[in-house]
Design a protein around this ligand. Structure first.
Ligand code: B12
Length: 263
């Protein structure tokens, strides 16, 4: 890459490999075929003839166990996406650092935000919710527990939805944060929709922000399931804090320029 990074045009974004617009992608997959020439040809045919990529090149092929071969390939993608036409995901949220979120909450809400989180149902994966809520945070950024204007309660993993909700009412939470990692047989869908149904049955949906996250969660899926937002891999605690703070501020006190004019 040159020392002066070239900016890509956002109306035609292609994968970047060696230079801008080369469309190079790396793929890895396993085929249920014995390691050998047939498996290699099958991998190339799959990428070239079925996936629509051009110039596939096998850079790694390894027998896994009898009957299975693992591949790493490079290939070229000819397509581009127009970022301007994407139904903007969470466009309303302005990116903010920890300090900016704290200053925003102090100014716009003037009270601490109470959040409660857990990994629910039978899901035992706790690292995701810990990385958002706990002091230590994720990748060098503090979790919400460290924020001056947040009160964070982390109930851990395998928490029944009913217990999470009871505690949310107890601490008068502004937002419930749910982590779901295991998606086998749609387990996450059940756990997530059950929480929404319980909140609605209590008549509290308008009073609570519902946020979920996990490696297979998208903002789109979260909204389909009745949540206010969903966050996936690579989320930082300040992304979540910025969303919660801005959403609550918009609900509690609309910005001055959006308020009705004084008579
Ligand atoms: C550690 C681990 C475990 C540990 C969990 C320990 C613990 N205390 O958490 C143990 C060994 C217990 C475990 C068990 C199992 N695991 Co496991 N596990 C993993 C592993 C290696 C890492 C997960 C992790 O910690 N990631 C790090 C965190 C930081 O990433 P994250 O969760 O994505 O979180 C980020 C975002 O998603 C987001 N986020 C996450 N949650 C939330 C919540 C909110 C509100 C927000 C805003 C954001 C957010 O923010 C985080 C930071 O960016 C993954 C494989 C992998 N490499 O990912 C498998 C994996 C998740 N496990 C898997 C499986 C299948 C299981 C088991 C079913 C295995 C078994 N047959 O027993 C059991 C399930 C047990 C259960 N009842 O839940 C599968 C899941 C497949 C699927 N899609 O369903 C994976 C992907 C492995 C695989 N390739 O098959 N596992």
């Amino acid at each position: 890459m040159s020392s002066v990074a070239q900016r890509a045009s956002l109306d035609a974004v292609r994968p970047y490999g060696d230079h801008l617009d080369d469309g190079l992608v790396q793929l890895s997959f396993t085929l249920p075929v014995d390691h050998g020439p047939l498996a290699r040809e099958a991998a190339l045919a799959l990428v070239r003839d079925k996936m629509g990529l051009i110039k596939p090149e096998i850079v790694h092929a390894k027998p896994l166990t009898p009957g299975y071969t693992y591949f790493v390939l490079f290939a070229q993608c000819q397509h581009a996406v127009d970022c301007d036409r994407l139904a903007a995901v969470r466009t309303a949220t302005r990116a903010m650092s920890e300090e900016e979120v704290d200053a925003f909450v102090a100014e716009r809400l003037g009270r601490p935000i109470v959040v409660i989180g857990a990994s629910t149902g039978t899901d035992t994966h706790s690292v995701g919710i810990d990385s958002i809520l706990n002091l230590k945070g994720f990748d060098g950024r503090h979790g919400l527990e460290a924020y001056h204007w947040f009160r964070a309660h982390n109930l851990g993993s395998q928490v029944p939805n009913t217990a999470l909700l009871a505690k949310a009412f107890d601490v008068e939470a502004d937002a419930i944060l749910v982590s779901q990692t295991v998606t086998q047989q749609g387990l996450h869908l059940h756990n997530l929709t059950e929480l929404v149904e319980l909140v609605e049955a209590e008549g509290k949906r308008r009073d609570l922000l519902l946020v979920c996250g996990g490696p297979r969660i998208t903002d789109e899926l979260a909204k389909e399931l009745g949540f206010d937002a969903g966050f996936s891999k690579g989320t930082y605690p300040n992304d979540v804090a910025a969303f919660i703070a801005q959403e609550l501020a918009a609900r509690e006190r609309p910005p001055v320029d959006a308020a009705a004019p004084e008579l």
